[in-house]
Design a protein around this ligand. Sequence first.
Ligand SMILES: [Zn+2]
Length: 339
Amino acid sequence: MRPFGSRSWPDDLLIVSLSARGLHVKLATLRTWCSNNFILVNLVRTIILIYGKILIKTEEKYVGVILRTDTQNMLADHYKAKARTARHCGHRIWAIEDMTGWLMPKELKQLYMARVDCHLIHGCEIPPDSEDVHVMQLCQVQISFLRQMLNIHCHSMIVPLFTETGIKPPRVCCLLLVLSHLMHWRGRSNNIKKLWAKYLIKAATRLPFQCPILVLTMFTTIGDIKDYSKLVHKLMLEWLQGEIDSSEKLYLLHDHRETQKDKGPAQTQKHQEAITSIKLSTHLLALEILRYVNHGNQPVPRSDRLCRFCRKEVESPEHALITCTSSDEVVQLRVIFLE
Ligand SMILES: [Zn+2]
């Protein structure tokens, strides 16, 4: 042991180096020696002492990514910082409306993709999202923005936010991005870090829908990864449509597929908001209002949520807008609209 500059005892070892490079060389020599002699270093009892004017920190920012050494997940603060920045950028977008007037959801989506989404996916390829607690912060920022974009209340269903805007949930979006990165890396090298691969496989099991286990071995090809990406995207679409079709509230959207180009005739804020509230069942008609429990009332069965004018049929959007004739005011408005 003496040749590489150390003091050793039967069960202990002291290595002294005056430079980082020197320490690196000595540790490499120690590893080789231990390997040849079947000895394992006890990491728990290993201590590092640093002399001199070296700044030791527990937090550092590297290429925009915040790293911490005193948290279980070294990127925990990065998630928090990105969620905070994304929320702030979202507020800045709403501030734009004060100067420009009402912005269409299409325009808001463009601003969201440019100023908010980039923070939600920032650095996603470094640690695949295997832990829920950190990703939840990003999801909350996205959901809050999309609800405000569609002007619907904070208890509305989440799935229609994605189907109506064409924006993917953060977990799915990040996984697809990581897989595309993996295809790029796979073209250059066959080496995949085991721990990183483990996180990626775990992230694929955390999607909001069932997805086959991602198999990553030395023999996994770029084609395999590409097929898996397509499968994730396909399963996401099926999951969204399945959630819509199985929801009693969203009966107007059942089996309905709308292309992004087919967004109807609504060109004003009130028309847009009215159509959205009817489609997503966030309106104030009896069908929706009497669904909820509050301090004074129990939920009312669907068949008993009667129209406030005729008291005969369920007060649904189609009844109030098309068939009810008990209110002269409503009938007159309907005639004017249809003319
Ligand atoms: Zn009626």
